[in-house]
Write a protein that binds this ligand. Structure first.
Ligand code: OGA
Ligand code: MN
Length: 202
């Protein structure tokens, strides 16, 4: 693959994660690829391929719209060129994180997510009580021309007591330590698309 913008952002990402436990980068992929991922997500939604997201895992998995209101579909390799390019980019990122932090990140799991207008995800951590493999969370946004007054921010709660809002603008990637950073998705007045994933260790 040609060099992606993400490639030259790696040193900044690593520095941010080391210092703050989170990083926000914009224009991480070529606009054309981000647009293809957005189309693919919309296509899947139209085809009825997305399902209401659950809370918890395994036997404890339950749909609770009062907690989270998005619909998702997990990404599988080999279904779509744009998705495969995204997975390849995340694999590069995984290798860079392993080199920098010796995290032993073994794989990356991710899903498309669509929040209809008004949907939200209450404040939570990304690590399950009974499964501590999720180590670094990565959310990539797919929404053109997002305005602050449309809501839908990802609100991060770093442990210094501050609050930080990230708008889900196309091309923005947010990374944070899954077990450490509480966060929530605020309701929006428009549909909100993303690719959300987790780098997992053994
Ligand atoms: C999640 C999540 C954040 C976002 O799916 O666990 O926190 O901005 N998503 O979509
Ligand atoms: Mn989360």
């Amino acid at each position: 693959m040609n060099e992606l913008p993400l490639q030259r952002l790696l040193p900044q990402i690593i520095d941010d994660l080391a210092t703050h436990g989170w990083s926000r980068q914009t224009h991480v992929l070529p606009q054309s690829l981000t647009g293809e991922l957005a189309s693919e997500c919309r296509q899947r939604a139209q085809n009825g391929a997305l399902s209401p997201a659950g809370v918890g895992r395994g036997q404890g998995l339950a749909v609770r719209e009062g907690v989270r209101g998005d619909s998702i579909q997990w990404l599988e390799p080999g279904q779509n060129t744009a998705c495969d390019q995204y997975l390849a980019a995340m694999n590069e990122l995984r290798r860079a994180l392993n080199q920098a932090f010796y995290l032993g990140l073994e794989d990356y799991e991710s899903h498309f997510a669509l929040y209809p207008p008004g949907a939200f995800y209450q404040k939570h951590l990304d690590r399950f009580r009974d499964d501590d493999r999720r180590t670094v969370s990565a959310v990539f946004y797919l929404n053109d021309t997002w305005q602050a007054d449309q809501g839908g921010a990802l609100r991060l709660y770093p442990n210094d007591g501050s609050e930080l809002d990230v708008l889900p603008e196309a091309g923005t990637l947010v990374l944070f330590m899954s077990a450490e950073l509480p966060h929530e998705v605020l309701p929006a007045s428009r549909e909100r698309l993303s690719l959300t994933g987790w780098f997992r260790r053994r």
